[in-house]
Design a protein around this ligand. Structure first.
Ligand code: MLC
Ligand code: AMP
Length: 506
């Protein structure tokens, strides 16, 4: 029987088909071909094997974005390891939790963080990889080119999504999830070897890694690989590129530049937005300015991509996320009964298909509670289907803030604030922000006789919380609004503070 066509196998096919083609084009003018990348992958694979990685072992990565970091991802898949990418902004406390929960065999971290991680090491092998490919990971000269014969059901990656209650959960994605979703996207967006993608997203989330990188590798395309978002760098690349994939903040920022014109975009064929809602007004402003209708799609860590606006067989409608990808089913149901609702009614969005993850790492009960008996996954998003069959996301059933495409779970921040001796209780909410879509505000009730300052509360949580999660404002109040059941009314707080950042010049 032919081996399952994993992302790794599709990559090796491209290596054989077009070894000298550039996979990465870097800002300093260097190019890295498919053949060069395969060589780096085999060196890293040899190193991981020497470190004792066997199929099913987790390989964690917290490193700056580099081509070698993509090679580490591929090497992990090659040898049957399970890839665990971690946000570079995570602090010591956050890292300790992920490492303790996932128990990776190897952690690859940036050379300057080695000492921190070594402190918490428990049978963990530490390797280092810097922004320029420096560090221990690429020190050896050995090559390993045997490929683990992964099936569709074998785990390929674990990505942590914070929980609304309790612990962060590791979503286990299989080789089948990654490959099936990638193929559906290639087809939906007509992505081919002729494409040149501007890649400016981080590679520790599914958007930058499993959408942007996987599609490029499997199609045999090239990417202009930027370490981070930079408006001018992107505008300079537009005349040479064909596709940009970004979060809504990318588009809000591009629209601020006078250099964004129809001429600058004339070589481009596709602008994609996702990970957070794109304002209909930004969609319209972008179309008016460039002649391009941004294609908005909807996904999540547990499911990969679910729906997309059409590439060429229908209009791209602002404020909607389009229709299900081939192979994926989407329904809107009553949250309590699970009964499907008529089109037009707002309900809970559920999805089923080969893209949907296999479960949360070592949390069978949590996994079971998020699936219906018929296999549909409960996303926690609220939406409705419009007259043309397009899905519109209207809100979230889960207590979650999405800032610049990063998910932030209020519960995690509330727990830290509540630990402060001067705090009786707190409620953390997301309020509109002109650049990040939403931003975090903490509303705090002091302990009797106390008057904590914003500064001391922020300092108290700073060491344990990645910077992007830290509240941008703290409000001290006498009491939190509650309903008759005693539940904090966050909707009321969101309304009360809705204008805190509107009109802020960013
Ligand atoms: C950075 N900062 C943020 C932030 N990003 N604060 C809140 N929200 C964010 N998203 C803070 C930094 O801590 C720093 O704070 C200051 O802003 C500047 O940091 P920076 O590194 O210079 O930021 P910048 O490059 O401007 O980054 C903004 C951004 C970036 C929007 C380009 O956040 C980004 O690339 N976001 C993409 C996230 C992503 O890939 N999401 C996909 C998840 S997958 P200070 O105070 O120290 O100066 C998913 C599923 C799906 O959701 O459907 O795709
Ligand atoms: P994550 O857990 O980081 O994968 O984030 C997934 C969540 O991002 C989804 O459940 C949605 O709430 C949100 N999301 C992703 N894409 C969109 C979109 N196009 N519009 C609105 N929300 C989105």
């Amino acid at each position: 029987m032919a081996p399952y066509p994993t992302i790794y196998r599709s990559f090796t096919e491209q290596v054989h088909r077009q070894p000298d083609k550039a996979l990465f084009e870097l800002p300093d003018g260097r190019t890295i071909t498919y053949r060069d990348t395969a060589d780096t992958v085999h060196r890293i694979a040899a190193r991981l094997i020497a470190d004792g990685v066997t199929p099913g072992d987790r390989v964690a990565m917290q490193v700056p974005k580099s081509p070698e970091a993509v090679a580490l991802y591929l090497a992990t898949l090659q040898i049957g390891g399970v890839f665990l990418p971690l946000n570079t902004a995570y602090t010591g406390a956050e890292m300790r939790y992920f490492l303790g929960d996932a128990k990776p065999r190897v952690l690859v971290c940036s050379p300057d963080r080695q000492a921190d991680e070594a402190d918490s090491a428990d049978g963990l092998v530490i390797e280092t990889l810097g922004a320029d490919g420096d560090g221990t990971l690429l020190r050896g000269d050995d090559r390993h080119d045997q490929v683990f014969d992964a099936t569709a059901a074998d785990p390929a990656a674990i990505l942590y999504t914070s929980g609304t209650t309790g612990r962060s959960k590791g979503a286990v994605l299989t080789h089948g999830n990654l490959a099936a979703n990638c193929r559906a996207l290639l087809d939906a967006w007509r992505y081919t070897a002729d494409d040149r993608l501007i890649h400016a997203l981080p590679i520790f989330h599914i958007h930058g890694l499993f959408v942007a990188v996987n599609m490029t590798l499997v199609a045999g395309a090239s990417m202009y690989y930027l370490t981070k978002f930079d408006t001018d760098a992107i505008i300079e690349l537009l005349p040479r590129a064909t596709v940009l994939m970004g979060v809504p903040t990318f588009y809000t920022r591009l629209l601020k530049s006078d250099r964004l014109t129809p001429e600058s975009c004339s070589a481009m064929r596709l602008f994609v937005s996702g990970s957070a809602p794109l304002l209909a007004s930004d969609h319209e402003a972008f179309a008016a300015r460039t002649g391009h209708a941004i294609l908005e799609r909807y996904g999540m860590t547990e499911t990969g991509m679910n729906t997309t606006n059409p590439y060429d067989d229908g209009p791209r409608k602002p404020g909607t996320v389009g229709k299900p990808l081939t192979g994926t089913e989407v329904r809107v149901v009553d949250r309590e009964t699970g009964e499907p609702l008529p089109d037009g009614d707002v309900g809970s969005i559920e999805v089923r298909g080969p893209n949907v993850f296999s479960g949360y790492w070592q949390m069978p009960e949590k996994t079971a509670s998020e699936f219906r008996a018929d296999g549909f996954f409960i996303t926690g998003d609220l939406g409705r289907i419009d007259d043309d069959g397009y899905l519109c996301i209207v809100g979230r059933d889960k207590d979650l803030v999405i800032s610049g495409g990063y998910n932030i779970y209020p519960k995690e921040i509330e727990e830290l604030l509540d630990n402060h001796p001067k705090v009786l209780e707190s409620a953390v909410i997301g309020v509109p922000h002109p650049e990040f879509g939403e931003t975090v505000v903490a509303v705090v009730v002091p302990s009797v006789g106390e008057q904590p300052t914003e500064r001391e509360l922020l300092d108290h949580i700073a060491g344990d919380l990645a910077r992007f999660k830290q509240p941008r404002a703290v409000r001290v109040v006498d009491a939190l609004p509650r309903n008759v059941m005693g539940k904090v009314q966050k909707a009321e707080l969101r309304t009360r503070y809705a204008e805190l950042f509107t009109g802020v010049d960013v």
